[in-house]
Design a protein around this ligand. Structure first.
Ligand code: REL
Length: 813
């Protein structure tokens, strides 16, 4: 008894000591008083959002800036480091302020309990840091950042106490983090114009407010606004920039729109002449100057340089040298204008030179870019980054960044409908970029936001804090946490993972096996009959799981539909449409008839896509998303009714029974170099066990003649009969050299034969590159001669860093 009593006493005193010193639970059940400085628009917005959040979750009464608060109240003080505070809190706060002052977007929490009065002080090193701290708390009380954009329900809380411990947040890994709204013509634009914001008939201030709120809640800070012809320029609506300021979002413009202009909407050839710097220089400079003058007092990230009116090369430059020379001149003029109006030293004005498409060629051809401009590297539109900074470039004051696609319009084929970029690919490429010091700006081409919600979350989470990912947090874990938080579902992540994996083999938009330009007739897939059946079964099984996994809690149904059900089912139906057509095509054209079961199944799947999409647009969330989902963007042939695809030649893909696949991670031995090595990775991969050559920052290719020193993988295979002919295919991911001047090379030696060098590198938009990105593979085949019966080996030597080998295929003839 005595013992029990003393244990109780210890627990009791420990509890009182803890709650006196550092109260970590906040009681929202009574009055909440939010104290904040009303002079800063973002702080006001944050306070308002927080008030609304609290009121939606608790029944508490929320006041602003009450001087005399009752003892029972919870005071939440929102402040920026250095701002004054009441005398009794000064001591507490001064140490904290010292730690965060001068940092970028950092926040801290300090709890105080005095005389039964609770105070939580949220301090930001700057206004955005403060907003992140406050909205992090909103998330904690149950307001998910996706509450509006994915209808994640806000649940009334029965437990009023939320634990918050004294903390100082990380400083974001990447300084500027955001999205590019692009190719919005089939989703975001019609939805905004006809459903959400009919008053402007466009993506206007009301829509932007919602987008900016999402960005802020996801701890992002940057937008490249929508810029397609269907949308008015961002600055067309004077209020847009004020809304951006209210939400603390920095505005930039895409790679094609220097100096905060949208040429498609704002440059009128009829009245302004050609958008040609060679023939119309003064008008163009004036056009830029007017805009810079207009927006100089806002927070902007300036795109520098000049391309064509839209997404094309600069007009009028007859040679690449001329384009280089003229772009250099243009940059000087633009910097003169920035200096004149923005009134800051140039190295404090964020400026981006996006090395996208032909601009990368200009850079490769020697274009000089002033040191304080950020080099924004880009992917090849399909998720493979085309280059990153070398050692010298890494020393640039302006640093580097990445522009990355999760959605794309263009050659060889669009993917504007669903969001299927493999999260593991995003993770791999962006981790590589981070390691190569691309830390100044990350922009994700997110299409219409929906249905690319998860790509956006992952990209921005990595940009905000890379550490957990560097320390081994897998993307799968990230996805699980996300679906758990949004859908209270442990199964959904596994289902989505299968969806991404199947789309890694072939995206739903690529199932027509056609290309955007020229528009070819859609033809049968190149899956073998066995693969067709396996893929069909996989999708059909997945569909069942998706339906079985529907949340029992009906309030989660809408979120589940848009985040899990629609993308997976729609992608499955698109696959089935083609896979059943493949079966149908097995019959010669003359024998095909309209009642064929396979054709009927294909038609049924086509119809299901229409039905699912109609539900998305008309019934989901009570019609909130009307016009958001278009299941045939740009009307490409892949989206056609199967009857339009009937007169297609059969294409027989022969099964190869004598193929042996070896996952690249299944080597029999590995020898590492001194500071160079092969690393096994489970994803992104087809085989589940790939290898990657590292370190990424090696900065050079290894000497292929010194095979003894090269990291080496050894594989074995058996041949049963003498004089057997075997081909060896090496399948890699279609990565690009990690920096200019390097390749995508490996050495390969079969038995004791000579070492051969293989390079997976592709150039520009070659046919090979097109096939690679459509299949996520790069392949080389060694036609081998005869082998005698017995055990044979082949060795793979590392030459270039950042080569990912997936698997090998031995084809026995
Ligand atoms: O993905 C891109 O960055 C470009 O292709 C875009 O700038 C462009 O607007 C494209 O959507 C086609 O119009």
């Amino acid at each position: 008894m005595k013992l029990i009593l003393s244990i109780c006493l210890i627990i009791f005193s420990a509890f009182t000591a803890f709650s006196q010193k550092n109260n970590t639970t906040l009681d929202f059940s009574r009055e909440v008083n939010i104290v904040y400085n009303t002079q800063i628009p973002l702080v006001t917005t944050t306070a308002q959002l927080f008030k609304k959040d609290i009121e939606q979750v608790f029944d508490a009464k929320v006041n602003f800036n009450q001087k005399n608060v009752s003892k029972a109240s919870l005071n939440v003080i929102l402040r920026i480091a250095g701002e004054s505070i009441t005398a009794d809190l000064k001591k507490v706060i001064s140490e904290n302020d010292k730690k965060i002052t001068g940092k970028w977007e950092v926040f801290s929490y300090i709890n105080q309990l005095k005389n039964q009065k609770q105070t939580l002080i949220i301090t930001g090193s700057d206004a955005r840091g403060l907003a992140y701290g406050v909205l992090e708390l909103s998330k904690k009380i149950g307001v998910n950042p996706w509450y509006f954009w994915a209808d994640v329900p806000i649940v009334k809380s029965t437990s009023k106490e939320i634990s918050v411990s004294d903390t100082i947040s990380v400083e974001p890994s990447v300084k500027y983090r955001g999205i590019f709204l692009n190719d919005e013509d089939w989703g975001l634009q019609p939805w905004a114009a006809k459903t959400f914001e009919p008053q402007t008939k466009d993506i206007g201030p009301a829509t932007y407010a919602k987008i900016f709120e999402l960005l802020l809640r996801l701890k992002a800070n940057l937008i490249w606004p929508a810029m397609h012809p269907s949308t008015k320029a961002f600055y067309h609506f004077a209020e847009n920039k004020i809304v951006a300021q209210k939400y603390g979002i920095i505005v930039g413009t895409s790679h094609a729109e220097p100096m905060m202009r949208n040429n498609v909407d704002e440059w009128d050839d009829k009245t302004m002449g050609d958008y040609n710097f060679f023939t119309n220089k003064d008008k163009i400079i004036n056009y830029w100057e007017t805009r810079i003058n207009e927006i100089k007092d806002y927070e902007n990230y300036y795109s520098i340089g000049m391309r064509g009116k839209h997404d094309s090369g600069m007009e009028g430059a007859k040679t690449i040298d001329k384009a280089v020379e003229t772009t250099e001149e243009i940059i000087q003029i633009q910097r003169y204008l920035l200096k004149k109006y923005v009134k800051k030293p140039l190295n404090e004005i964020p400026q981006a030179m996006t090395l996208y498409k032909e601009v990368l060629n200009l850079y490769e051809n020697g274009m000089k870019i002033p040191d304080d401009i950020t080099l924004v590297w880009s992917d090849d539109n399909y998720g493979y980054i085309k280059g990153l900074s070398n050692e010298t470039e890494r020393k640039r004051k302006g640093g580097a960044g990445v522009y990355y696609h999760a959605s794309y319009w263009g050659r060889p084929h669009d993917y504007l409908w669903l969001g299927t970029t493999h999260p593991a690919l995003i993770h791999f490429e962006m981790s590589k970029a981070y390691e190569m010091d691309a830390k100044n700006i990350w922009v994700l081409n997110i299409g219409d936001i929906k249905p690319n919600e998860y790509s956006m979350q992952l990209f921005l989470d990595m940009a905000y804090d890379m550490k957990p990912f560097q320390e081994g947090k897998s993307v799968k874990t990230h996805l699980s946490k996300w679906t758990n938080a949004l859908l209270k579902s442990t199964q959904s992540a596994g289902l989505l993972w299968q969806y991404y994996q199947l789309a890694f083999i072939r995206k739903p938009e690529f199932m027509g096996w056609s290309q955007t330009e020229p528009t070819r007739a859609t033809h049968p897939t190149t899956f073998t009959p066995t693969q067709v059946n396996e893929r069909l079964q996989h999708y059909q099984h997945l569909e069942k799981e998706v339906l079985n996994n529907r949340p029992t809690d009906k309030t989660l149904a809408d979120a589940y539909f848009q985040l899990v059900e629609y993308p997976i089912l729609a992608s499955s139906k698109m696959n089935q449409k083609f896979l059943y057509l493949d079966k149908f095509y097995e019959k010669p054209i003359a024998e095909r008839d309209n009642n064929d079961v396979n054709l009927q199944a294909a038609i049924q799947n086509y119809q299901s896509i229409q039905d699912l999409t109609s539900y998305y647009n008309n019934q989901l969330s009570g019609g909130k998303w009307k016009y958001m989902m278009n299941a045939a963007p740009r009307g490409l042939p892949v989206f056609n009714h199967p009857e339009k695809l009937l007169k297609v030649e059969q294409k027989v893909v022969a099964e190869s029974p004598k193929n042996i696949k070896i996952a690249a991670g299944d080597y029999v031995s590995v020898k590492q170099g001194v500071n160079t090595f092969w690393k096994k990775i489970a994803e992104p991969s087809f085989s589940g066990s790939s290898v990657v050559s590292e370190p990424f920052r090696l900065g050079k290719s290894l000497d292929s003649t010194k095979t003894d020193e090269l990291p080496t993988l050894t594989y074995q295979f058996n041949v049963t009969e003498n004089n057997t002919l075997v081909d060896l295919s090496i399948v890699a991911l279609p990565l690009h050299p990690v920096q200019m001047g390097l390749g995508q090379r490996i050495g390969i030696q079969i038995d004791e034969q000579k070492v051969q060098i293989i390079n997976f590198q592709t150039y520009d938009r070659s046919e090979e590159w097109k096939q690679n990105v459509l299949s996520n593979t790069a392949k080389r085949t060694l036609k081998m001669n005869k082998f005698n019966a017995g055990k044979h080996t082949f060795k793979i030597f590392m030459i270039d860093p950042a080569v990912v080998l997936d698997h090998f295929v031995l084809s026995f003839h």
